[in-house]
Structure formats: C-alpha cells, structure tokens
Design a protein around this ligand. Structure first.
Ligand SMILES: N[C@@H](CCC(=O)N[C@@H](CS)C(=O)NCC(=O)O)C(=O)O
Length: 202
C-alpha cells in the first residue's frame, strides 16, 4: 500500500493513525503542497480534486480520508472499527460527515488561516469551529466515544482537527469532555502522534 501523504495535514494524519492502529505496513510518499505537487498531472490522474491523502492499494486508488478509513477497516475485517450492520454504519457515518463538513470547514480552515497564513476570512470558520466543538463537547459529556459506545473510525476521523485547533488559537481548556476523549484516543494501542498532537496541556 502506498499513502500519498503531507505531514502537516490532519486529513493525512487520520490515515497514518488508522494504519498504525491496525498495524499495517505501507510506503509513504510525501507530497509537497507548497511546491504544488498535488496539482501535477501525475497526481491529478490519481485524484482529479488535487488533494491529499490518496491511497494506492495494489492499483486500487482511493481519495478522501473518510473513504480511506472505511476501506482500511473493511480490508482488515475490523468490524469493531467499522461495523457490518447498516444501522450501526449510519451512526458512524453521521460523524464521518461531521468530520468532512463542520470539523474541516470550521477547525481545519481556522488552523490553516492562522498556522499557514492562508489568505481567507477568519470570522466565519472560527464561528463554525466553536459551534462544532460545542456539539462535540455536548456529545462527549454523556458518551465516551462518538458512535456505538466504542472506538470506531468516527473517532479517528474527528480527532485530528479537534486536537489541532490550539494551532488555530482556540483554547481547548473549557472543553473538558473533549480533552478526556483525547486521552482515551491517545491511550489506544498503536496510537501514533503528529506534529501538534497530542495537543499540549494548557
Ligand atoms: N475531503 C478530503 C479533503 C482533503 C483535503 O482538503 N486535503 C487538503 C490537505 S488537508 C489538501 O490537499 N489541500 C490542498 C488543496 O486543496 O489545494 C479528505 O477528507 O481527504
């Protein structure tokens, strides 16, 4: 398996984390976004959206971190991470959509503006980030995990941009339930860190 990967990307980190939790070997091909390697014709042939991550498993090419998480759990028959039952899958998918929408457009964009000086307007993504964190905090006040009362790919999809939001100048100090959930994820066997995660204690 080959992962086309950018180290600072939370979406790519989701895949590195899942591969590590599943104990899978893979080849890592770094993609330099500053050098626009993701817009080169050979990369666009794999992902016409021109975005990382991309996974190549023996010629099967997949884009989108949520889709890749489903694929990796399915490939390894890990029904604890990705259930076989459709109703249970729907519970997990609610959070995969939350990761791709509210977490990305709120937390990831807020971080990108402040950490990478992206020339975007800050107010709307910051507001979305706080609203998303409030939803997470509310859920995690009464649940240990996002779906199915156990760790699933839902947690792996949402964790990175929640944990990295301190790089977007939003303090995690008031979010006690989220920080307890971080500790549970960071204690999973096979957990691997990235630059900025685990988030420093405040
Ligand atoms: N929905 C996609 C989003 C992928 C994405 O936005 N990747 C970013 C890095 S985190 C990227 O490649 N950005 C470069 C660009 O959009 O030009 C996923 O979850 O993988």
């Amino acid at each position: 398996m080959i992962l086309y990967d950018t180290g600072v990307s939370g979406n790519c980190y989701k895949i590195r984390l899942m591969l590590s939790l599943l104990g899978l070997d893979y080849e890592n091909v770094p993609i330099n976004l500053v050098a626009l390697e993701h817009k080169a014709p050979e990369f666009l042939a794999m992902n016409p959206l021109g975005k990382v991550p991309v996974l190549d498993d023996d010629g099967l090419i997949l884009r989108d971190s949520q889709a890749i998480l489903v694929y990796l759990a399915t490939k390894t028959n890990s029904t604890n991470w990705w259930p076989a039952d459709g109703t249970e899958q729907a519970d997990v998918v609610q959070w995969l959509s939350f990761a791709a929408n509210e977490m990305f457009n709120g937390c990831a964009i807020t971080r990108a503006i402040l950490k990478f000086n992206r020339p975007l307007e800050l107010e709307a993504p910051q507001k979305l980030a706080r609203a998303a964190l409030d939803v997470l905090e509310g859920h995690l006040t009464t649940h240990d995990w996002l779906a199915l009362n156990r760790s699933t790919i839902a947690d792996i999809a949402v964790y990175p941009y929640a944990g990295l939001i301190w790089e977007g100048n939003i303090s995690l100090a008031p979010y006690e339930a989220i920080r307890r959930w971080f500790s549970r994820i960071e204690s999973l066997p096979g957990y691997t860190p990235m630059e900025g995660l685990p988030a420093p204690a405040e």
